[in-house]
Write a protein that binds this ligand. Sequence first.
Ligand SMILES: *Cc1c(COP(=O)(O)O)cnc(C)c1O
Length: 346
Amino acid sequence: MIPTEVLEQARAELLDWHRGMSVLETSHRDKAFIAMTEAVTDKVRTLLAVPDNYRVLFMQGGASLQFAAAPLNLLGDKSAMDYVYTGLWGKKAILDAKRYGEVRIAYSAESNQFTSIEPVEQWALNEAAAYLHYTPNETVHGVEFHEIPEVGAVPLVGDFSSTILSRPLDVSKHALIYAGAQKNIGPSGLTMVIVDEQYLGHALDICPAYLNYQNIANSHSLYNTPPTFSFYLIDLVLDWLEKQGGVAAIEDVNKRKSAKLYECLDQSDFFSNPVVPKYRSRMNVPFFLADASQEARFLEQAEANGLMNLAGHRALGGMRASIYNSMPEEGVDALCAFMTEFERRL
Ligand SMILES: *Cc1c(COP(=O)(O)O)cnc(C)c1O
């Protein structure tokens, strides 16, 4: 979801954003546009308390292209990388990283079907790794780290796509953070990258110019033409988030929303979530029906009640409720009420 007040403001400004032009018609070299992109960067810095020695960048290609950008920029003269495999997105990151060096799996949750995460003491860490990559929130499996893993001196890289801005985050514990915008930052089209300055300027020779963080940093994220409307809408979403009280305040809301939904699942005999409570995601809640033959009926009736997009990811099946920042608490209440009624009428 995008907050309704954001969409309303975008609608009101669509024909005249600046000097009689729509933002869709504005050049990315326009002074007002450049000022807006700088404001976006500043707002991210404030919301996430980004330390001065980090750069906040916006790129295209989604989080998926960062699966390659991370090794291309951070591998340097090392050859080994550590990856933590806690769900589907981690797997994709691993497959791309393998093209550039030796990937070791420091920990895999495959044996528990991605329903839990063993403590870091039980991971097989490689001190010679260029970095350790993890997925703080596995969007498909609904598994979230509620603490940043302490991996010692090895630089930490996180794919924060589905949890960024949902809670406060200690940026300083990471060398690199990246996140596709379309879950919690705004619409699709941009990917946010927060990188420790010391990792700029060491990209491999084979790194395409566009994927080289140094180039993006030098050009203030305007190395080439960005999706201008996405930038604009992100600006509005960040204003909205600030108005909600920032990430600490939205974390309280997200805790409440997810606790309500898990409670509704746990007290039901018909619906269930397989993830160990300590690692349950606050953003993506997969759930299953005891009788899978009822799935189509569940989805159809849910839609008739205005509850959209509840089908699970095609890799996992079942259902999934994504309750990102912009999903109001009433949305979760409505889902719980619908589920209770669906079960009662079986
Ligand atoms: C959605 C998602 C991706 C893929 O994002 P794109 O921007 O579509 O490439 C990668 N990682 C995680 C954790 C995601 O949730």
